[in-house]
Ligand binder design. Structure first.
Ligand SMILES: Nc1ncnc2c1ncn2[C@@H]1O[C@H](COP(=O)(O)OP(=O)(O)OP(=O)(O)O)[C@@H](O)[C@H]1O
Length: 672
């Protein structure tokens, strides 16, 4: 044994455990040795003195917790009864749960799959809202507030990250957003390095996180990044949902030891949901809560569980892993019923479990009266100022969106469309018979740069939602900072493709050879791109579902295209106003004005042969000898009579307004 760590309740010989594990695990990418143990200890000690959690330990207690969800078409008597009581059929997910977790300890929650462990953790981490939740949760004896939630870190079962960002950057952004604002940036980055070393992530620091589309770090490394990003913020309470899944046994044990040392040295309160811990990991836990079918089966010291079970007639063989044995019992119908009833019987005089947890909570017994009786307070509403939030999030969004918006596939796609347009409309002559080709190319480019940015934007908000929710729940930043940074970061990226496309296609298809007109045409295409991107954000924010927003948004875009003035010149009587609702009308109208409303636009008169059967030349009709002025064509082609500046102002106003509406929808939809 190298060293002993003493808690108030029991002595845990953390390092004696390590000696029984193979020093070098075959197939593991992990250095597991005495050297590693020393390193871990040094890293934790280095942060020990400056630890926020050490200064703000938090005692978490909960009692009488119930959670139910609406359920339709159920025939069970239980649901019928609750239906009568509440006027609604409800399904109970967890019932009458109580427990407590003290600073310096690890509480493990175990039970078979689907028994309600994650639900309980979600409730403790305030991730389910108030609907359907009954019971009391306290932090240092007070109800949790927005402020106290900042002291709670929740490491979810699913690791949620931006796939294109590297491990180090991911942790760096978290540190900059969530570490106290008075900590200098250098120290925040040092903290990132220390946390990466602690979780052995230094080797993969520059590797992107990845996902099922992008190859990145391994599953175990991603899990460690997830844990690192929570540990980094130095929380007083850490909730971890299956942190060891995807880790090999050596890594799982090392992680358990890191958590144990953090708990003891930094006075952290750790609650961990775990499926099947090895016996060494199991030994590290201080308290244990067993659940089955939404009920409690045991709450108390981990060291006492074997005796508790033995007294009920379930004696574990000394050579058998106790954790495995417990799960076997909880998966067996007869034994689980006995265990549920025994526990219910034990607390029958204490229906909410309040008295029971007083036995185990050290809140009233620990020495520091100031802390244990105080609510959890914080100095600022947010760790980073609004402008810091915007700048950090802009940098992060830019890094991620750069790979999404300007990916090779996207660039090839734009290049291919430019080639097709150049081939189809190569040097369209300024002749009467080619007027339709010219207006067709103008319309197509407007429509292309409506659909392309729309489809790119419509999915981003629903896809960011999980990350947004996770980070907003830990009060990392304001929603307005997120939305503003998204606009700033994506603005230059979204404009690059239409700009390149227009530069090439404009000159190859031989639109009006006038630089000023070209620039005006380009500005309209870019403004049109931003407007349709804004509509993408709007549909994404209002429906927050990729499939639904794409479906509804596509109908809107097709409607805008049909009303844009190219396909239908004369709408049915009474419906002519509809064209003013389409932003394409304004962009297309503007570009027609740019191309035709000038004396430079002259179109050679066509002959009866070149115009085709039955076509009468405009020159013959209006008495032009050689060429038709563009203004005459504009009269016939343009979708509205509006002057160019009105078209421009309306397009600009729609572009800005739709973003405000999108933000409002996002705000409404993400508000609890
Ligand atoms: N919002 C919900 N809607 C429908 N069912 C739900 C909801 N929340 C929880 N449940 C159900 O409640 C039960 C408990 O779920 P929970 O995720 O808490 O289980 P668990 O013990 O964490 O399982 P696992 O170990 O497999 O993750 C499951 O049967 C789940 O399907």
């Amino acid at each position: 044994m190298e060293h002993e760590i003493t808690t108030d309740e029991n002595r845990i010989e953390v390092d004696s455990i390590s000696s029984s594990v193979n020093e070098k695990q075959v197939g593991s990418d992990y250095e597991f040795s005495a050297e590693r143990t020393t390193k871990r200890r040094l890293l934790i000690q280095r942060t020990e003195s400056g630890s926020t959690s050490a200064k703000n330990p938090v005692y978490v207690e909960w009692y009488g917790l119930n959670y139910s969800i609406p359920k339709e078409n159920t025939n069970t008597w239980k649901c019928k009864k609750s239906s009568l009581e509440s006027g609604k059929t409800r399904l109970s997910i967890i019932e009458n749960i109580h427990g407590c977790a003290n600073p310096g300890e690890i509480l493990a929650i175990m039970g078979p799959s689907g028994c309600g462990k994650t639900t309980l953790l979600n409730i403790l981490g305030d991730r389910v809202g108030n609907k359907g939740v009954k019971g009391t949760i306290t932090m240092n004896g007070f109800k949790p507030t927005k402020c106290s939630k900042r002291y709670v870190a929740y490491c979810t079962q699913d690791d949620i990250f931006f796939p294109e960002i590297s491990v180090k950057d991911t942790l760096g952004f978290t540190a900059r957003l969530r570490l106290p604002r008075d900590v200098p940036l250098d120290d925040k980055l040092k903290q990132v390095d220390a946390t990466m070393q602690l979780l052995n992530l230094t080797k993969s620091a520059r590797t992107k996180i990845g996902d099922n589309r992008v190859r990145g770090v391994s599953g175990g490394e991603r899990k460690r990044v997830s844990i690192a990003s929570e540990l980094l913020t130095d929380p007083s309470v850490i909730l971890l949902d299956e942190p060891t899944s995807g880790l090999d046994s050596a890594l799982a044990l090392e992680l358990a030891k890191i958590l144990k040392e953090l708990a003891i040295k930094q006075r952290k309160t750790i609650i961990i949901v775990i499926h099947q811990p090895s016996s060494q990991v199991f030994e590290i836990f201080d308290k244990l809560m067993l659940m089955c079918d939404g009920h409690m089966v045991y709450f108390g010291k981990r060291a006492n569980v074997a005796d508790y079970l033995a007294n009920l007639g379930f004696k574990c063989h000394p050579n058998y892993n106790l954790a495995d044995y417990i799960l076997e019992l909880l998966n067996d119908d007869a034994s689980k019923q006995k265990l549920i009833h025994s526990y219910a019987n034990q607390v029958r005089d204490d229906p909410t479990g309040k008295k029971e947890i007083e036995k185990y909570s050290r809140r009233k017994h620990d020495n520091n009266n100031d802390i244990k009786q105080a609510p959890v307070l914080c100095d600022y509403g947010w760790e980073a100022t609004f402008f810091q939030q915007v700048s950090i999030l802009t940098e992060r969004t830019f890094k991620q969106s750069l790979k999404d918006i300007l990916s090779t596939t996207e660039l090839i796609h734009t290049f291919a469309m430019a080639v097709i347009c150049c081939l189809i409309w190569f040097r369209v002559p300024f002749t009467e018979e080619n007027i339709h080709d010219r207006t067709g190319s103008i319309f197509f480019v407007v429509v292309f740069w409506s659909f392309e940015p729309f489809l790119g934007a419509v999915a981003t908000l629903p896809m960011d939602l999980v990350m947004l929710t996770k980070e907003r729940q830990s009060r990392s930043y304001r929603l307005s900072a997120y939305f503003l940074s998204k606009q700033i970061a994506e603005l230059p990226l979204i404009l690059i493709k239409p700009a390149l496309f227009t530069i090439v296609v404009y000159w190859v298809t031989d639109l009006l050879p006038d630089f000023g007109r070209f620039m005006a045409y380009l500005v309209v295409i870019l403004l049109n791109t931003l407007t349709s991107q804004g509509f993408g954000y709007f549909f994404g924010a209002s429906l927050l579902n990729v499939q639904k927003s794409v479906s509804v948004g596509t109908v809107f875009m097709l409607g805008s295209m049909l009303l844009g003035g190219f396909y239908v010149k004369n709408l049915p009587p009474g419906l002519a106003w509809l064209k003013y609702l389409s932003f394409v009308t304004y962009s297309y109208g503007l570009n027609l004005q740019i191309q035709f409303d000038t004396s430079k636009a002259q179109f050679r008169c066509g002959s009866p042969e070149s115009l085709g059967m039955g076509q009468t030349s405009i020159c013959d009709l209006l008495g032009y000898n050689n060429s038709i002025p563009g203004t005459i064509i504009l009269e016939n082609e343009r979708p509205t009579e509006l002057p160019w500046y009105i078209n421009f102002i309306v397009l600009l106003a729609v572009c800005i307004a739709v973003r405000f509406v999108a933000y409002y929808c996002l705000f409404k939809n993400t508000k609890k």
